[in-house]
Design a protein around this ligand. Structure first.
Ligand code: NAD
Ligand code: UDX
Length: 479
């Protein structure tokens, strides 16, 4: 079937950029992205493309090119469903915060709502695509809802998980390592639906990078990919603590590992801990699924990735407190970066939130500077934890819009996001205006330690030796 009309339900970090790229590459297909969040849709339609709700390098140019040509953003979900021959479901699937599976399972209420809405509106056959990350076997639930309406409409359900990473979404979409399409490979209709979706991607993705599998493999591959990636970060972070104790340098260790082509060099950057809306949520979901099948060893194995990550965030904050003479009470501490990684305004599960919360519990006075994150977002992230009143959060944490102001009179600075601009600050000026000793805790191994030491800072990096490794002093080997 030649697709002419696409609807995408969910105009978030995935729906927006993904559909913008499809619209750019397929000018003959009308692409309508719908959302129940009116503010979000208004922002996608804002004439000033700087105000798009998602910040991604290169995205505003693509939106400018395609918007109002064949890319539309709307709150009229029913009408877009009605007109579409292909519907992407790209709504949020966060960790459940209530009831059975609380804190582990994915909350599928928005997915189910979409399915019911499609079932109630559709009058002709449609291809439904799971773009959201979903627990394996969700397609069976979707089919149950869609096939029981009695209106004679035929649906094909495909799984087409999205592998883009935030901050590089446009590049990842334009040049994906692979596109995964799971479908009903045993029937002619299923194969045709896969073909229809494949033809869209083939406009710009080489055919050999488009992989077809059964639906369950596709659904499970997405959870597995995120678990493997997160596991690498937790593995190198586990080694970072051992490096600090032994005189090894985690950067050197990662380089030595990464040159082994079986291991590869990516995702070995030790840090204050991984964040983002996906890794934790998807691993918890994987753990929950494994447990629900009674696979406790499998569940425990993957849960350890999260336990390690929580430990790394706590360890970082505790190290700051210890270094600052065991108290941060009443001390001004500057956090550079709040986003969960550079080049995004997304803060979901950012390590910065947990480090700030930990320091606030110890009565620190915090000032945050982030080049892209809005002040209200920072407060709402903290309020969400419910560790203290909203007023207390606003009293003890301030948001600066200038990094030099943020660092003035600080006892310590912590770099929590690897924003490029942090490297190029006038660190001498920052040093002159700080209290001494001037501590810098680099949670991203971003700054040039030697230069900082020359200026007079006392810098601490994740996974760097605690003492002079070259001197061969320090602890003997454990026996
Ligand atoms: P998001 O929260 O940014 O966007 C989801 C949007 O869906 C929201 O704007 C919400 O208002 C809308 N929505 C929810 N229910 C709706 C309904 N019934 N009708 C219309 N709109 C509705 O989420 P996201 O980051 O774009 O993630 C979406 C999915 O993609 C998740 O399953 C996520 O796991 C997956 N994913 C995310 C990323 C990422 O980097 N963010 C990458 C790959 C996959
Ligand atoms: C991730 C997956 O990479 C992507 O394929 C999937 O579609 C969505 O989830 P994302 O969360 O956007 O993407 O960013 P990613 O680059 O994976 O980083 C996740 C977190 O891990 C960030 O906090 C990042 O700073 C951290 N990280 C990553 C490290 O600490 N070290 C690394 O070496 C890599």
């Amino acid at each position: 079937m030649k697709i002419k009309n696409i609807c995408c339900i969910g105009a978030g970090y995935v729906g927006g950029p993904t559909m913008a790229v499809i619209a750019q590459k397929c000018p003959d297909i009308r692409v309508t992205v719908v959302d129940i969040n009116e503010n979000r849709i208004a922002a996608w339609n804002d004439e000033n493309v700087e105000k798009l709700p998602v910040y991604e390098p290169g995205l505003s140019d693509i939106v400018k090119e395609a918007r109002e040509r064949n890319l539309f953003f709307s709150t009229d979900v029913d009408s877009a469903i009605d007109k579409a021959d292909m519907i992407f479901i790209s709504v949020n699937t966060p960790t459940k915060t209530y009831g059975i599976g609380k804190g582990m399972a994915a909350d599928l209420k928005w997915i189910e709502l979409c399915a019911r809405q499609i079932a109630s509106i559709a009058k002709d056959d449609k291809i439904i695509i799971e773009k959201s990350t979903l627990p394996v076997r969700t397609a069976a639930a979707l089919r149950d809802i869609l096939d029981n309406t009695g209106n004679g409409v035929k649906y094909q359900i495909l799984s087409n998980p999205e592998f883009l990473a935030e901050g590089t979404a446009v590049q990842d979409l334009l040049n994906p390592d692979r596109v995964l399409i799971g479908g009903d490979i045993d029937t002619e209709d299923g194969l045709q639906a896969i073909q229809s979706l494949s033809e869209i991607y083939e406009r710009w993705v080489p055919k050999e990078r488009i992989l077809t599998t059964n639906v369950w493999s596709s659904e499970l591959s997405k959870l597995t990919a995120n678990a493997f990636l997160a596991q690498r970060v937790s593995s190198i972070n586990a080694m970072s603590e051992l490096c600090e104790k032994t005189g090894a340098d985690v950067h050197e260790v990662a380089q030595a590992l990464g040159m082994d082509s079986r291991i590869g060099s990516k995702f070995l950057q030790s840090s204050v801990g991984f964040g983002g809306s996906c890794f934790q949520k998807d691993i918890l979901n994987l753990v929950y699924i494994a447990k629900s099948f009674g696979l406790n060893e499998v569940a425990d194995y993957w849960e350890q990735v999260i336990i390690m990550n929580d430990y790394q965030k706590r360890r970082f904050a505790n190290n700051m407190i210890q270094t600052l003479f065991n108290t941060v009470s009443g001390k001004k501490i500057t956090l550079l970066g709040w986003a969960f990684k550079k080049d995004t305004n997304d803060t979901r599960e950012s390590a910065a939130i947990y480090v700030a919360d930990h320091l606030l519990n110890e009565e620190a006075e915090i000032v945050v500077y982030d080049p892209k994150v809005e002040t209200e977002q920072i407060y709402s992230d903290l309020d969400y934890l419910k560790s203290r009143s909203k007023e207390a959060n606003r009293q003890s944490l301030k948001v600066a819009n200038n990094p030099y102001e943020a660092c003035k009179d600080a006892h310590a600075i912590a770099v929590l996001t690897e924003w490029e601009e942090f490297k190029h600050y006038d660190w001498e000026k920052i040093y002159d205006n700080m209290l001494k000793p001037a501590f810098v805790f680099d949670g991203r191994n971003l700054l040039n330690m030697e230069e900082l030491i020359k200026i007079g800072f006392v810098p601490k990096s994740v996974g760097k030796p605690e003492y002079d490794a070259k001197s061969f002093s320090g602890p003997a080997i454990a026996s």
